[in-house]
Ligand binder design. Structure first.
Ligand SMILES: [Zn+2]
Length: 161
């Protein structure tokens, strides 16, 4: 069975564009599912991107561990040649890392909302925590109307989603 293309998921596409730029997509596609590794010249030919662009993209992807290279010395010329491969697994790992960061942030926010009871007046001028509401004797600092506990169960439900 054919392997599922990572770019069938829009989140992967978005992640790659943010990491390597728009042209990183055709570059990765050109290197995908290939047994061999490619030099930057070969990638440039395959993608029709300029060699300087290819190098810039590869550097950006290398920085995140998505593109890896092998360095070989040509004994005749003494020059080094680099062949590149794309680590698709790494792309998935990075996306998962980013997502769990997001979730952690939401969880922190949720903790905060749970720990603090908020008060507001009937006109809903503002949501204020208990300490501030009590300082104002539970009268809205803006309109002077009595303040009551905000039902934050709804908000917590929203955040949990
Ligand atoms: Zn008010």
């Amino acid at each position: 069975m054919a392997r599922k293309d990572i770019f069938s998921q829009s989140i992967a596409k978005e992640f790659i564009i943010n990491t390597g730029g728009e042209d990183a997509i055709p570059l990765i596609k050109a290197c995908q599912n290939q047994k061999k590794k490619f030099t930057d010249e070969e990638i440039s030919k395959k993608t029709k991107l300029k060699i300087t662009e290819v190098r810039a993209i590869l550097n950006r992807l290398h920085y995140r561990g998505i593109a890896c290279y092998d360095k070989k010395k040509n004994n005749k010329t003494g020059w080094y040649s680099y062949t590149w491969e794309i680590k698709e697994k790494r792309i998935a790992e990075l996306i998962l890392e980013e997502q769990s960061e997001e979730i952690k942030k939401l969880e922190k926010k949720l903790e905060f909302e749970k720990d603090y009871v908020f008060f507001t007046c009937k006109k809903l001028c503002d949501n204020v925590p208990f300490e501030i509401a009590s300082e104002y004797q539970f009268k809205c600092p803006k309109c002077g109307k009595a303040m009551e506990i905000v039902d934050n169960k709804k908000r917590i439900k929203e955040l949990k989603k």
